[in-house]
Design a binder for this molecule. Sequence first.
Ligand SMILES: Nc1ncnc2c1ncn2[C@@H]1O[C@H](COP(=O)(O)OP(=O)(O)OP(=O)(O)O)[C@@H](O)[C@H]1O
Length: 540
Amino acid sequence: MLKQLFKALPILCIALVSAGVLAIVDSYTFIKMKELMDIALSGDMTHFKETAGVLILMAVCLVPLCILTAVTRALYKRRANLNMKRYYVKGVFGKNISEFHKENNAKYISSLTNDFNLLEVNLTDSIYEIGVCLLNFFAGIWMIATVTPWVILLALGVMCLSIIFSMATSKPVSGHMKERSNLFEGYTSYTKEVLSAFHIIKSNNLRERVQNSFNEKSEEVQQKGYVIDKILSYIQASENALMNLMMYTVCAVCGFMAIKGTITIGGVFLVVQGFQKVMWPVMNITEQLPKIFTVKDLMKKIEETLKNEDNYKETVAFKDFKEGIILENVDFGYEESDKILENVQLELKKGGKYLIVGPSGGGKSTLLKLLRKYFNPTKGEILIDGHSLKDIKKQDFFSQVANVEQQVFIFEDTLRNNITLYKDYSEKEIEEALKKAGLTDFVASLPDGLDTMIYDNGKNISGGERSRVVIARGLLAHASIIFLDEAFAALDMERAKEIEQSILALEGVTVINVSHVLFKDTKHRYDKVLKVNHQQVVSM
Ligand SMILES: Nc1ncnc2c1ncn2[C@@H]1O[C@H](COP(=O)(O)OP(=O)(O)OP(=O)(O)O)[C@@H](O)[C@H]1O
């Protein structure tokens, strides 16, 4: 993750150069003000006018510099945050399907929202702030050095003290931050769950229960935030007291030097201004440093969510499905102690049409997940054209298969994009797929046809239409293998039979259809009907 931040280093450097020039010009303005004060006290009108002119010019120069600094800062923030988010999303989609399914995906949502918001404030912003603070610190030192070098020692002492103080106080905050991130994860997961079950909650009068438990969770998160804020305020208050003490000391030292005649009144003004310029960065650094230290744990947690336990290297390219699939003594269980399939022997030929039936919970979808390469067998092997499916590159395999899932997912986009999945197909190919999926009349009835927008996972179309969109997707993909998992469950019997026949008529395409529905009049069109029951797969 840090590497992604380093990629924004060039723009960070530009932003800091701009901020540095701004700090120098600003400090130089104070030096000129000191001169103006001393000249005014000496009554030298000619020099007074000259210096006043320079000051006006400096004030004008500050305007474009301020704008440039603000713009480059915003550009740096955009680049750094985008880099980190892109890296994270790439990592999420690099997860193995099996491992992604095992976890609650709310943790990714929580990372992308809550954790990344924290990273933005506590890391990206803080790095820039610390850079700017250091530049202003040295600009302040320069201002003081033009009057008396002794006060510089005092400033450096303050800086060291503050850094030691902030390092010592960052530890307790860091632990609380991590706990808050975990609480956020649970909170996001719960929010996601209750919003997706909105109608169930309303229609079963669960509103009060859900609201109470939502309030509890939200109170936990707020309480943790309160604890963090409280600790941070104690830290800040102690720092403020330290800084004020230093400031009073400097004022007293400068006053003493002015009485002794070692520095002018303008000098007192410049030292006090310079010391303030030094103090502000020191205070800000002590505020920002604990934030950066606390981010370490958070980044570790974010990286953990991206780790794949199984990093098996796939080596076999698979460009064309030629012969068939063989399952040799395949065992599988989601848990070690719990076998769902045992010693499965099966041969599926290329172009064959297979129907998989069996009782609910018997393991039909599990068998499909193995064939789809979502999981690997715990024992035995699945061979495809003689190669172990485990060794075949995912990308290659997935490009050969189409999946029509039990749970239909529709993107918030046009009907066309939902069917083509953003790939290029000719109008003829699309028409053909629509016809086979029984969507021609439906599309013709829409005023915008294929350009009709579908919203929120297909809320503005029926369940059957959603299923048919996904079937058209599978047909259009020209896949060598089509896996169907209860694809016809949402369709009326006539429509289901019609679509099933279209799919069974696809020549050279292997169809593996898991279904509760077994139509007597289409059964004979399958090469084999397989029953999954008691951990076994048998021909019917
Ligand atoms: N991700 C999972 N983790 C743990 N157990 C699972 C998982 N998915 C399924 N199971 C269990 O595996 C067994 C087989 O489930 P599977 O979904 O394969 O059955 P099925 O025959 O497709 O059932 P249905 O017809 O009801 O969809 C069930 O006991 C189920 O509880």
